[in-house]
Design a protein around this ligand. Structure first.
Ligand SMILES: Cc1cc2nc3c(=O)[nH]c(=O)nc-3n(C[C@H](O)[C@H](O)[C@H](O)COP(=O)(O)OP(=O)(O)OC[C@H]3O[C@@H](n4cnc5c(N)ncnc54)[C@H](O)[C@@H]3O)c2cc1C
Length: 440
């Protein structure tokens, strides 16, 4: 099989890779998935958006996911620094009459959740190879396949019409310099620390806001926050995100730091954690925010974390992976059917579409950090319905561009970008004479 040419090889069988395989199979294309790990495997990223639950049902995975009895999420509660000034953002969807109606999703154990997606792809006909992609095969300016390494250490070449990079934070094609540069994102220089705890205290009220499966978010200061995500009857994922400098200054191990923050950050969190015995090793991911430029080209495209990760606060990660997988499958099947006529990059339109959605989310998150009061005003009052559309993934095309909440957030972030640019030019002007005097 190794020397046969495949229409599509997907690097990575996480949510983005598995969803890409399922969408391709719908179009009659049988992909190979290269996945180096065996599912189930631990992964962070347990809170799903409402749009993700709709996509999962559309993929026919609803019954398998329901059978896991994952906690049901109706929305997220944001707690302010004093633990009191909280507000609630509910999940909604648009029905056939375009009315906004309540929606729900799941907070999941990624080990079992990712396995459901991966098995779904393989059961439907995707070919899984347990192997690591180690280098691209290039001909002129095209990717024509991959060199892979098997778990036994053997290497081989696989040929393809298209490589889909769904390698997540490993950003395989970017590291191999097939794409443009990988640059830091706006939420760079931060670190996320996380584990799971048992015996946590959850809400248990009658209304949607007080349901036990909801996500709770604790805003302490700019880029200093925590999450509380019930992932099973027994376990709750808890995470703390802080600036890397703040973590380093504390001079503590990641374990001690995480437990200190769980105790001290805010009583609104600590009072829910009577038992601080970690049920998973305390993990840390630094510098998780980045963007890969020019992530499509002849013979390749990137999906999900393989090209961009903005900030975990609104739990868009898995959503982007699955949504972009659908866009990618459409673009690839058109390309293989000869419907995209170009001598240049056949996936430029796919890249433009993905950027559009990512930019909306980057602005939304940017407003939360830069203008928290304006954010609360837009989301809970001024443009509430429009903001709920953005948060439910209606961020592409005209619908995204004409959304009043999106327009308001863009204006705010354009003003902030201008301020940043002015600050940068003042810094550059200052450093020029310094440089001149240093050079004598
Ligand atoms: C602190 C933090 C908190 C987060 N919280 C949330 C959240 O609450 N909700 C949410 O939706 N998202 C969250 N995310 C983001 C989420 O984890 C990711 O966006 C999501 O997992 C991306 O899916 P993916 O399929 O692109 O990548 P992944 O899920 O990482 O899958 C990539 C797969 O590729 C495989 N792979 C990599 N390289 C190779 C190779 N060379 N050869 C073969 N296989 C390879 C890996 O083994 C892996 O299985 C969070 C992220 C961080 C950092």
């Amino acid at each position: 099989m190794a020397h046969k040419k495949h229409p599509v090889i997907i690097v990575g069988g996480g949510p983005a890779g598995a969803a890409a395989a399922m969408y391709l199979l719908r179009q009659g294309i049988i992909p190979v998935i290269l996945e180096r790990a065996r599912h189930p495997r631990y992964h962070v990223g347990e809170s799903l958006t409402g749009a993700t639950s709709l996509a999962l049902k559309d993929l026919g995975l609803g019954p398998k996911i329901e059978a896991q009895n994952y906690p049901i999420k109706h929305g997220a509660v944001f707690y302010g620094p004093d633990g009191k000034n909280d507000f609630w953002v509910e999940l909604v969807r648009r029905n056939e009459k375009f009315e906004q109606v309540p929606n729900y999703t799941w907070n999941v154990m990624r080990s079992t959740f990712d396995k459901i997606l991966f098995d779904g792809a393989v059961e439907r006909g995707a070919i899984w190879m347990e192997a690591t992609a180690i280098a691209p095969l290039l001909k002129d300016d095209s990717v024509v396949g991959l060199t892979i390494r098997t778990p036994e250490g053997a290497t081989d070449n696989l040929y393809s019409d298209v490589v889909i990079d769904a390698s997540g934070i490993s950003t395989f094609l970017a590291n191999q310099r097939v794409t443009g540069k990988k640059v830091p994102g706006r939420s760079d220089k931060q670190i996320g620390l996380f584990t799971q705890f048992a015996n946590t205290i959850r809400d248990n009220g009658d209304d949607r806001r007080h349901q036990p499966g909801n996500t709770l978010l604790y805003y302490q200061a700019k880029h200093h926050w925590g999450w509380f995500i019930p992932v099973s009857e027994e376990l709750t994922s808890v995470g703390i995100v802080v600036k890397t400098d703040y973590f380093k200054k504390a001079g503590l191990s990641k374990e001690d730091f995480m437990l200190r923050e769980c105790r001290q950050m805010t009583p609104a969190l600590s009072e829910r954690l009577p038992d601080l015995s970690p049920q998973e090793p305390i993990n840390a991911i630094p510098n998780f925010s980045y963007r890969v430029m020019n992530y499509t080209g002849k013979g390749f495209l990137c999906v999900g974390d393989a090209h961009r990760f903005i900030d975990p606060i609104f739990a868009y990660g898995v959503y982007f992976g699955i949504q972009e997988a659908q866009f990618a499958a459409t673009a690839v099947s058109k390309y293989l059917a000869g419907e995209i006529k170009t001598n240049g990059n056949p996936f430029a339109e796919y890249e433009r579409l993905c950027d559009e959605g990512n930019d909306v989310v980057e602005d939304t998150i940017g407003v939360l950090w830069e203008y928290p009061l304006a954010f609360q005003r837009i989301v809970t009052w001024r443009d509430r319905a429009a903001a709920l559309d953005v948060l439910s993934g209606r961020i592409y095309g005209e619908e995204g561009a004409k959304n009043p909440a999106r327009i308001a957030m863009r204006k705010l972030m354009a003003a902030k970008e201008k301020e940043w640019a002015e600050e940068a030019s003042v810094r550059a002007a200052k450093s020029e004479p310094e440089l001149a005097s240093a050079l004598g």
